[in-house]
Design a protein around this ligand. Structure first.
Ligand SMILES: NC(=O)c1ccc[n+]([C@@H]2O[C@H](COP(=O)([O-])OP(=O)(O)OC[C@H]3O[C@@H](n4cnc5c(N)ncnc54)[C@H](OP(=O)(O)O)[C@@H]3O)[C@@H](O)[C@H]2O)c1
Length: 238
């Protein structure tokens, strides 16, 4: 587990009880055990494949439960496609789009009314610095959340509800290994630590920031990106 685990640990450290969602049951229980040991609080483990409708419904049911309402939703699940657009299958493209766009949209849509009613709520969507580059479906999906977070945060500011698009650069997690990306050419200075990324994201989400780009080097990249031709927007040394 990568960023998701760091979000869970840091929310627990802030005193939140946490609902952990992923497919890997063992890993979820390991995080729940770590939280119990470090902060003495119990976590809920909800094993779910968000791409499976019945599993997703369990998550949606939990999100709208009135008895223990959700104050902070972190939409983190995601992966990158390893094949080029012309080589990928339609099913891969569809799942990729769903995990990065439709599913966080549905989960966010389910929590906003309750958050507005309670007069508080923070949603974080893990976007990417790729949102500001032209790297195909991944960039397009991540860009969607920069626009949505900006719009929704403006719309619900008076309700004390915000949506933050977190836009990290290369972060040391299992992400690149899972998609089979060769990262040997990525310089050391480019790597961010997952715990620092999650910490920055939560700090800025609690302040109601719509877009969070951790680290100066990636904010500089975002500022320069419009000047760089799209053919140079490859980050991974393919
Ligand atoms: N690492 C980076 O450099 C980087 C940079 C910018 C943005 N991001 C974004 O950060 C987010 C988190 O990625 P990461 O870097 O932490 O990678 P990671 O270590 O591979 O974690 C991905 C997480 O998504 C969960 N997941 C994947 N498919 C799922 C599904 N169908 N249902 C439920 N959970 C699912 C995984 O758990 P299970 O496999 O157990 O389900 C895992 O917890 C992604 O949205 C990614 O696009 C990453």
């Amino acid at each position: 587990m990568g960023l998701g685990k760091q979000f869970a640990l840091q929310l627990a450290a802030h005193g939140y009880s946490v609902v952990l969602v992923a497919r890997g049951e063992q890993a979820l229980h390991a995080v729940a055990a770590e939280i119990a040991e470090r902060w003495g609080v119990s976590s809920e483990v909800l094993v779910a494949d968000l791409l499976v409708e019945a599993d997703r419904q369990k998550v949606l049911d939990r999100l709208v439960s009135d008895s223990t309402p959700i104050d902070v939703l972190v939409n983190n699940a995601g992966w990158g496609l390893s094949d080029s657009f012309h080589e990928s299958t339609w099913s891969d493209e569809k799942n990729h789009h769903d995990i990065h766009v439709s599913i966080p949209l549905q989960l966010t849509h389910s929590v906003i009314p309750g958050m507005r009613q309670r007069g508080r709520g923070r949603v974080v969507v893990v976007s990417s610095v790729a949102a500001f580059l032209s790297r195909g479906a991944y960039s397009a999906a991540k860009r969607y959340w920069v626009t949505m977070a900006t719009s929704l945060t403006a719309a619900y500011r008076r309700d004390n509800v915000s949506v933050t698009a977190l836009c990290p650069g290369f972060t040391a997690t299992e992400f690149h290994q899972r998609m089979g990306m060769d990262v040997t050419g990525v310089p050391r200075f480019a790597w961010l630590k997952a715990d620092r990324v999650a910490k920055t994201a939560l700090r800025q989400a609690f302040r109601g920031r719509a877009v969070s780009i951790p680290s100066l080097r990636y904010r500089a990249l975002v500022a320069l990106a419009p000047l760089i031709p799209a053919r140079f927007h490859r980050l991974d040394g393919e």
